[in-house]
Ligand binder design. Structure first.
Ligand code: ADP
Ligand code: MG
Length: 319
């Protein structure tokens, strides 16, 4: 069986693009571009909590980096470096090989260097740190939303939640339908280019990891504002939209996590430029409502009723 050092050397040590000293020493060395700020974030994936014990290793490799890149996207930062701490129940070389393939496919697509990490024996847990650059004062914070701003969402929502529900036997989907939404759950596409381009337009931004209502809620709280949105305007995954009269499915669209789209606010004057950005990047960008000063989130349902959303969203410590 390969030793820990052989595994790291063979599967995680790849040439880097913007790193002075990468894997192999006691610490990595990096230089920030002149005048830039360092954006840093960490996200952990725990077996049995964030993914099934028997999840596909390649997809898990992709997703563990992608969810971190999504945080860079939400900050409007350019991701550059990542570290990977992983606990493995055993040194299963073929699992590590596939995991590394998925991880580096994502690293290559978004041009980030894996510059270090840690490897231990234990229940399967993957903790990734991401580091990126952003010009001072340009980061997209949660706190900048202003009354009358439009609220926008990228891509479509609910695909990951309905795929998960189908896989857990909580909702019935045909095989064709499941295939059409499984990639939202397993191989999310972080909106890094969009985040960078939004620097000039957005007043606030967040990535939707815990569900639209919960994550928009974070913007509202940090910005001390409220919002009105309409379910009928929320861009919804095509599989989800065919079942949208089912209230369970409406909850998936509004409160389902794991889509990793961006929710952002922008002054109305930017409406046309943002629509143009959508065609330029070939990413749907949809205005779903607007910010107000009421300090609450009102969701208008399909029949023009005010929906009862309660404390929607995914909360790890919910009883
Ligand atoms: P230390 O004993 O100083 O913690 P390690 O033996 O854990 O060093 O790691 C040796 C080198 O391999 C370091 O550069 C570390 O960053 C890197 N490394 C260890 N595990 C991983 C991993 N899972 N992914 C990437 N790099 C790793
Ligand atoms: Mg170590």
């Amino acid at each position: 069986m390969a030793s820990e050092f052989d595994l790291i050397q063979h599967y995680f040590n790849r040439p880097s693009q913007h790193t002075q000293l990468g894997i192999g020493d006691d610490a990595a060395l990096i230089s920030l571009s002149a005048g830039m700020e360092l954006a840093v974030s960490t996200d952990m994936l725990v077996s049995g909590v964030h993914f099934f014990h028997d999840a596909d290793a390649r997809q898990l490799g992709w997703k563990s980096l992608a969810v971190n890149l999504s945080d860079m996207a939400a900050m409007g930062a350019q991701p550059k470096w990542t570290t990977l701490a992983i606990a493995l129940p055993q040194a299963d070389e073929s699992w590590v090989a596939q995991f590394s393939e998925g991880f580096f496919a994502c690293a290559k697509r978004y041009q980030v260097d894996l510059i270090g990490g840690d490897t231990a024996c234990g229940p399967l847990t993957i903790s990734v740190q991401i580091m990126g650059e952003v010009a001072p004062g340009k980061a997209l914070k949660r706190s900048g939303a202003k009354a009358k701003d439009d609220i926008w969402v990228s891509g479509t929502l609910g695909g990951a939640a309905i795929a998960l529900a189908a896989m857990q036997g909580r909702f019935e989907l045909s095989e064709v339908e499941l295939n059409a939404c499984a990639s939202s759950l397993n191989t999310p596409q972080p909106r890094v280019e969009l985040g960078l381009m939004l620097q000039s337009f957005a007043s606030s931004a967040i990535d939707i990891s815990d569900g639209l209502v919960a994550d928009l809620g974070h913007i509202l709280e940090r910005s001390a504002v409220g919002a009105n949105i309409r379910l009928g305007d929320v861009p919804i995954h095509k599989v989800v939209s065919t079942h949208l009269r089912d209230s369970k499915v409406q909850t998936m669209a509004l409160a389902g996590g794991d889509d990793y789209e961006l929710c952002f606010t922008a002054a109305q004057q930017h409406h046309v430029e943002i629509s143009r950005l959508s065609s330029l990047l070939a990413i749907p960008l949809t205005c779903i409502g607007s910010i107000n000063i009421e300090r609450e989130l009102v969701v208008i349902g399909l029949d023009n009723e005010v929906m009862d959303i309660g404390k929607a969203g995914y909360d790890h410590f919910k009883s």
